[in-house]
Ligand binder design. Sequence first.
Ligand code: AMP
Ligand code: MG
Length: 401
Amino acid sequence: MSSRPAVTSARTVEEHRERVERLLRPLAVRDIEKVETPESLGRRLAEDVRAPVDLPVFRNSGMDGYAVRADSVAVTPVTLPLAGVVAAGQPGQTPLPPGAAMKVMTGAPVPPGADCVVPVEDTRAGDGSVTIERGRTAGDFVREPGTDVRTGELLVRAGTQVAPRHIAALAAVGLATLPVFRRVHAAVLTTGDELMPAGVALRPGQIYNSNGIALAAALTANGVEVVSVEHSTDDPAQFRERLTAATGSADVVFTSGGVSKGDFEVVKDVLAGLGGEFGSVAVQPGGPQGLSVADGVPILSFPGNPVSTMVSFEIFARPILRALAGLPPVPDDDVPLLDPVRSPSGRRQFLRGRREAEGVALASGPGSHLIAAMAQADVLIDIPAEITELAAGSIVKVWEL
Ligand code: AMP
Ligand code: MG
C-alpha cells in the first residue's frame, strides 16, 4: 500500500458537512450527570425539576409595616396597642392579640391572627402604640405559602438550557445539585514548528498560537466541554504521541494546520497513514479538510490559517455540535450587501461581514490570514459557488458568528 495521503476531488460544503455529521452523530449520547447548581449555567437539564418546598416557604410580610386584622383598621385613623416586633429570620409564632398591631419587617413571618400588613408609610409610631392612618383589606401585603410554586409542582422543564433566571428559582427552593446532560468532550491539538504560547517573546519566524485558544473558545461557546488544548511541532512522532493523549481523553479531536500542500504536513501525513481522508472542499477559506478516526475517536482536521480554522469550525462543526448540545441552530438572515463583492468561480465563499442598519458591509478582505479584521465581523456572508460578482444592493445570506 502506498503511504501517500488519500486525496479526493473537491466536495461541496454540503457534502462535507454531511460527512462531518455522519462522523459525529454517534456522539449523541444522552448520559446524565449531576452538577452543583452554580455549575449548571448553560447546561441542559436532563429531567424535569419539581419544587421540593413551597415558595413562599411560609406566610410572610411583603412590606415593612404593621400586621393587623383588617377589621381593626376598618375606620381610620385608629390607634392600636403595639404587641411586639417580628424581624426576618424569627420564627414569628406568637399570635396577634385581638385589636392590637405587631411591627413586621419584609420577609418576616406574619403572626397568626393577623390578616394584612399596613405599610409603615401609612402609620405613625406612638409610645407602645401605633396610629394607622389608612385601612387595608384582608390579604394586603401578606404572601401566602405556595402562591409562587407548590411542593411537587414543575419548576423547570427537562431540556431547558439553564439561564440565570432558572438558577434563581432552583436556588430559591434549595436544590444543591441538578441533573444535566453530559456534554460532548473535545480535545484541541494544534500543529506547527513556528507557534508559541502567549507570554513568550517571539524569535524570528515565530508567531503566537491563536487557533488552539480560538477553537477551544468556539467549542465552549457551542455547548462542548474542552478537555485539553495541546500543541505539537511538525514532527510526526510528537504529533502521534499528542494525538494518542487527545483520543484517550476526548470523544472528538479537532486539529489545526498541517493539511495542505506544503512540505511538512504532519496532520495529513500521520492521519492519512491511519486511513484518514484528506481532500479539498470547494470553499474559500477552508478548502483543505481532513476526516479521520484514530483510536476509535473521530478527528476533524482544519487548515491552519486562523480565518480558515474559524470558518471551518463555523460551517462544518458548529451546526452539528449545537444540535448535539440541544442548542438552537445558528441564526441566518437575508440582507442587502453594502459593498460590491467578487468571488472565485466554482467555490462557495464565506466573507467576513459586519451588520449595519441598512445591510451588511465587508469587514475584511478575503485573505485567510486576516484574523484581526475578523474580530470586526459579526456574520459570515455566504456567496454561492457559481457567483463571481455581486453588486452593492444584492441580497445575500448571512450567518451569525
Ligand atoms: P498550515 O495549515 O500548517 O500550513 O498553516 C497555514 C498558516 O496558518 C501558516 O501561516 C501558519 O503559521 C498559520 N497557523 C497554523 N496554525 C496556527 C495556529 N495554531 N495559530 C496561528 N496561526 C497558525
Ligand atoms: Mg503548519
